[in-house]
Design a protein around this ligand. Structure first.
Ligand code: FEO
Length: 168
């Protein structure tokens, strides 16, 4: 049996993952406007992955016999000073998401809710990858920040990103 407070927290997690998608769509729009279609493509793929994370949580709430109730999604930022500033914002955001998932795991342990605790394992592992990927691109951007030619090359590379398989 899922507790009321866990049901509420998981519903908030659906909202948070949906906000992540919204943020990455906003970053994609920023890059499309800046004529960096590869960066924009990368962000669109990321946004789709975030929607999968939201849906995975949605399905889990239903499987536990609880009720999905969606909340309001705030407007994301839409302007950044540079590609590096965008990816630094993405990394900061992913770190916040990681903290949110750790709090969910703490709550599951406090509730002795083993099923939710196991469910969250996948998210905990996924966050390691999400932070590492965003951090890696930040590091590349710091190296090439002053070279439009190198930014152009990275744009082509990021444009090759393929969507990953849906989460299990
Ligand atoms: Fe769903 Fe990027 O965390």
């Amino acid at each position: 049996m899922i507790s009321d407070r866990m049901q509420k927290a998981l519903n908030e997690h659906v909202d948070a993952e949906t906000f992540s998608a919204y943020l990455y769509f906003s970053m994609a729009a920023h890059f499309d406007h800046a004529n960096l279609p590869g960066f924009a493509h990368w962000m669109k793929v990321q946004a789709q992955e975030e929607l999968q994370h939201a849906l995975k949580t949605y399905d889990f709430i239903n499987e536990r016999g609880a009720r999905v109730r969606l909340g309001a999604i705030e407007a994301p930022d839409s302007e950044w000073e540079s590609p590096l500033a965008v990816f630094e914002a993405a990394l900061a955001h992913e770190r916040e998401v990681t903290e949110r998932i750790y709090k969910l795991a703490d709550l599951a342990e406090a509730d002795r809710d083993r099923a939710t605790r196991v469910f969250l394992e996948w998210f905990i592992s996924e966050q390691v990858e999400e932070e590492s990927t965003a951090d890696g691109i930040c590091q590349q951007l710091r190296m090439i920040e002053d070279s439009p030619q190198a930014i152009f090359m990275l744009d082509r590379e990021l444009g090759q990103r393929q969507p990953g398989p849906p989460p299990p």
